[in-house]
Every structure is written in C-alpha cells, then in structure tokens.
Design a protein around this ligand. Structure first.
Ligand code: GLV
Ligand code: MN
Ligand code: MN
Length: 411
C-alpha cells in the first residue's frame, strides 16, 4: 500500500515537469505563470479528493478547507509554497502543501472532524523568483503588505497588476486577527543537520532574519577595442569588486552570518562592449538581527566606496526586511511530543532558509517541522527526500494536529 508520505512525494514529482514547470528539462514555477496556474488546477483536484472545498484568494493563494465540528472556531492553517526557484528541486515548498493534503485526507477517510477547521494553503511567491519582492502572498494573508509594495514589474516588464491578479482587491486576502488558531509548515531542511544526526525529522525553533537589496551599478558602455583601460568606467569590474567585498565582510564575521549575490544581469551583454550597467541582488541573513544589520551597513559603506573610487554610480533598493521569527514555544513542545509518539527522538534546530512561516508569525502562533534531505542539498534539481522520512513527518503532523485542540491555548 502506498503511504500518505510516499504519495506526497510522488505528487511533488508529478508537479516537477511540464505543464507544471515553465522550463524545458527542469523545474521553474514562478508566481502567476502558466505553470503556476496548471499546478493550482492539479492541486485543487487533490484537495477536493481529500474532502476539502477549494477557493483561490485575492492574492492567488489556493486554499482547501476541511470543516471542524465548530465551523466558527479559528482554523488551523497548514501550508507552504507552490512557486519555485529557477532550476529547482521538487520538494522545497510543495512537500509541505502535499503533507497538509495528506493529513486532511487521513482525517476524511476516518470520517473524523476536529474541534477546529483545517485550511491547507498553497502560497504563491515565497521564493521571489519573478518579481523584485518575496513572500508577497503570505504577507497579504498576514496583513503586513502595503499597497505600494504591489507596484512591481517582472524581468520582462510585465506589471503585477497585469499578471492575473486584481491589485485593487489583493490586500483583501488578509485574515482577521483571532481567526487563525496556528500555522503549521512542514519543509525539507535544506541543510545537513538532520542527516548528520541520523534523524528523519526535527522541530524548528525559529527562522533567521533576512535583508534583501537590488543593486544597480552604472558606468559607461563603450567600445571594448578602443577604450584604454585607464579610461573605462566598467560597471562589471566594479560590481565584481563589490561582490568580493560582500563575501569578505560576511566571512570576517565568522558567525552564522551569510551574504549572497544570487542574480547578476550585465547590460548591454555583448562581448565587444564594456558593460554600462550591472544589476545584482544582495541577500544577508543571520539568526541575530543586530548582527545582520551591522553587516548590511558595512556592505553598503564598502559598496559606496568602491563605486566612488571607480567613478561609478550605485543605487540600492531594499527589497525586503524580514525579522528573525521564533516559532511558538508551546507548539514546539507539542511537536516534540508528537515526534516522540512516532517512536523517534525529538530534536530542535534553527532554519537559515526563509519560509512563509516567518511572515505568518505576525498573524498567529507558528510551528515548523523539518524533514531530512539528502546531502543537505536544496535550490538544486538534485534535491532529494526519502518517502519513509516523509511518512514519519506525516505521522508526527497527525499527532500534532490531533493534540492541538486539547492542549494548545493561543496567547
Ligand atoms: C527561500 O528559500 C529562501 O530562504 O530564500
Ligand atoms: Mn526555497
Ligand atoms: Mn521553501
């Protein structure tokens, strides 16, 4: 018999190819693309089979609802994200959604309803791989998104307002405070800790703080054959020096601080033209917000300095500032107990990766469960998870959910 855990993995695999991917030979499913819409359609069918009623909210999140014995009670939200990075693995995001569907399917099959409704939510823009923003849709749900943050264009110049959502209604995806009992997200660890410990699953204590910027370095495009080296204002070499400075500042800190330049675009992009403009992203994270802010400040000073020495201009736009987000202590205890009930040892770990849970913490108490992934590899097609580990995670989630109504009193 196929377990719920194995089916959750198989469904992520099904969504790893066309039409659920917009990339030939790999997975890329960005917010509001044809692949995103196709994946929502498939997921809606799975949600309905599991006994849920399905709707799409104003931010284009897909939501399946399974009623509780008291339809007016605050709902437990279980979710993660359906969008992916470019050339992604198949489990970062969708696995947490599929596990929510499996948890509800098991309740439905047993004809069991809990004292509270369960809503499985598939968020849309966790990765920020299309628009210069991230976690737009969970921020809309949590009520932390301002209307001016929706004035966005993707790399092809398509505005968010023309991408398949009604901007004037977007913020109505918000949930009123007090209507959500808790938010539960299961996710592959995306790191090596559980594997090194020989553990299938672990309870997440919190998520590191993130700062993200878009940098634009402007010099002067000119002829690569005629412009002598001393006369150049080369945006590319300036940007390269800036990237090395970012790496040095993060390394020198010798803590959990990490800084990444993950995307670079050089214009006009020809072998015989000195680049006149280079755009790149900067992502800075640490479990400690002060440390992250100090490093970001040092980076900004270093970049300004390099720009001025090289007679380049530099503009920096902050894309987001997500504070460190601790998980709820009572829910961590509940998760530990649920793990023990599956016959496994409880273990706690912090998340360096960002998750919708860090945004949802503004709305309700949050809990996260990590699942071991092979060699700690993620944001890479080699991402792999063992269906047996996912089944253990499902059992722990079931225990957590069933005990939630009895033991957890929201603050
Ligand atoms: C999401 O995967 C992030 O950590 O940026
Ligand atoms: Mn990711
Ligand atoms: Mn993720």
């Amino acid at each position: 018999m196929v377990t719920g855990g194995a089916r959750a993995v198989a469904r992520c695999d099904m969504l790893g190819v066309s039409p659920y991917s917009d990339m030939e030979g790999g997975l890329y499913r960005a917010y509001l693309t044809p692949a995103y819409t196709a994946a929502q359609g498939r997921l809606a069918g799975w949600m309905e089979e599991a006994g849920m009623t399905v709707r799409r909210d104003a931010a284009a999140n897909l939501i399946g609802r399974y009623e509780g014995t008291d339809a007016t009670a605050p709902a437990l939200l279980i979710g993660s994200h359906l969008d992916s990075v470019r050339d992604a693995g198949r489990y970062d995001g969708p696995l947490g959604i599929m596990l929510g569907v499996e948890a509800v399917a098991a309740l439905h099959q047993a004809d069991k309803h809990l004292p509270f409704p369960i809503e499985v939510i598939a968020f849309g823009d966790e990765e920020g791989s299309r628009f210069p923003a991230a976690m737009l849709t969970s921020r809309a749900v949590a009520g932390t998104l301002s209307p001016d943050a929706l004035d966005l264009r993707d790399g092809d110049g398509v505005a968010l307002k023309d991408a398949g959502v009604d901007i004037s209604a977007y913020l109505s995806a918000v949930r009123a405070p007090g209507t959500t009992l808790a938010y539960l997200e299961a996710h592959i660890e995306q790191g090596p800790v559980l594997e090194a410990k020989g553990l299938a699953i672990g309870t997440v204590t919190g998520i590191a703080a993130q700062l993200r910027f878009q940098a634009v370095v402007t010099g002067q495009a000119n002829h690569a054959g005629t412009t002598t080296m001393g006369l150049r204002r080369d945006a590319m070499t300036g940007a390269a020096e800036m990237m090395l400075a970012i790496e040095r500042i993060a390394r020198d800190d010798a803590s959990d601080l990490v800084a990444t330049v993950g995307r670079v675009d050089a214009l006009p992009g020809a072998p015989n033209v000195i680049p006149g403009e280079v755009r790149f992203t900067i992502d800075v994270r640490s479990g400690n917000e002060d440390r992250r802010n100090r490093a970001a400040q040092a980076i900004l000073v270093a970049l300004e300095d390099i720009a001025s020495t090289r007679h380049l201009s530099l503009s920096l736009q902050q894309i987001h500032d997500l504070p460190a987000s601790p998980c709820n202590p009572a829910l961590m205890d509940l998760m530990d107990a649920a793990i023990v009930d599956t016959g496994h040892s409880p273990f706690r770990l912090v998340s360096g990766a960002g998750h919708d849970a860090m945004v949802m913490a503004a709305l309700c108490p949050t809990a996260m469960l990590f699942i071991r992934c092979k060699d700690g590899i993620s944001h890479n097609p080699a991402e792999h998870v063992d269906p047996a580990d996912v089944e253990i995670a499902l059992q722990a989630m079931m225990g957590f959910i069933e005990n939630l109504g009895e033991t957890f009193v929201p603050a």
